[in-house]
Design a protein around this ligand. Structure first.
Ligand code: SAH
Length: 252
């Protein structure tokens, strides 16, 4: 059987208990070597066969899984963060279905959660934004035209931009074509939850310059929006005057 496992954003203790248990038992581990923290591989059992998928094609990954299955072995396919975001996981699942190889999927802590933790931020701040857009800038890999960054930026919602820290000039320009202002708060979070994590706070107008000054060109998330600012309203849920299913509110 093949177990897709979300490795979490970096820190080895941010894999789930289920993911760690699967990793400990695996006969074969295929990990996304460009981003998965190698410290996680210390959790594997002695004698486990370990492969770095950064050096493999989809066909090679599938062939390795197929061989393991033939020998009755369990494979863990370790993806960074959560596999459902930019994980190229669906094509593997569909191919395994076609081969008749069973699989399951264990979610992970995505890097956008790790980055919020690094910043002490809440994406869905009352009175500011109730929407988080997870996206990327078009690059060598395309993005559907209707999802181009200026179009998404028109909402002015909280935004976490993946896979785009090598093109911060273009990102900045696209954001300014939308609803963000030069002074809209922004942050660059490099390697969230890794020992070498770095947080650079800036604004949309200074994004590219701040990234260049910090020398960050990869493995970073660009976070945009007024949720990084100081103004918001308090939540209704914990307001003394607000009645919920679990608590009777006091009249003001
Ligand atoms: N599935 C992953 C995303 C893989 S795409 C997830 O859920 O997080 C790879 C991109 O994710 C990187 O280019 C970067 O933008 C982001 N990323 C992954 N790990 C990161 C980390 N620890 N800190 C900041 N950004 C990270």
């Amino acid at each position: 059987m093949v177990h897709f496992v979300g490795a979490g954003p970096g820190a080895p203790d941010l894999i789930t208990l289920r993911g760690a248990a699967l990793l400990r038992r695996a006969d074969v581990v295929i990990y996304a070597g460009s981003l998965v923290n190698p410290a996680l591989l210390e959790k594997t059992r002695r004698g486990a066969q370990i492969y770095n998928s950064a050096e493999m094609t989809l066909e090679e990954v599938l062939e390795r899984m197929r061989q393991a299955e033939t020998q009755g072995q369990d494979t863990v396919r370790l993806h960074t963060g959560d596999a459902s975001l930019y994980g190229a996981v669906r094509e593997q699942m569909d191919a395994l279905d076609a081969l008749g190889i069973p699989w399951d999927d264990t979610p992970g802590v995505s890097s956008f959660c790790g980055a919020a933790a690094a910043l002490g931020a809440e994406y869905t701040l009352p009175g500011v934004s109730q929407t988080l857009i997870l996206t990327r800038m078009a690059g060598r890999t395309g993005v559907p035209e209707r999802e181009n960054l200026p179009a998404l930026a028109a909402h002015g919602a909280s935004m976490a931009i993946f896979l785009s820290s090598g093109r911060m000039e273009a990102v900045q320009q696209a954001l300014l074509e939308g609803a963000y202002r030069e002074d809209t708060p922004a942050a660059i979070v490099y390697k969230a939850t890794w020992p070498e994590e770095r947080v650079v706070r800036c604004t949309v107008g200074t994004l590219a310059a701040a990234g260049a000054a910090a020398g960050i060109t990869k493995t970073a998330l660009l976070l945009i929006g007024d949720f990084l600012g100081t103004d918001y309203t308090r939540s209704k849920l914990y307001d003394p005057s607000f009645t919920t299913e679990f608590r009777k509110g006091r009249e003001a």
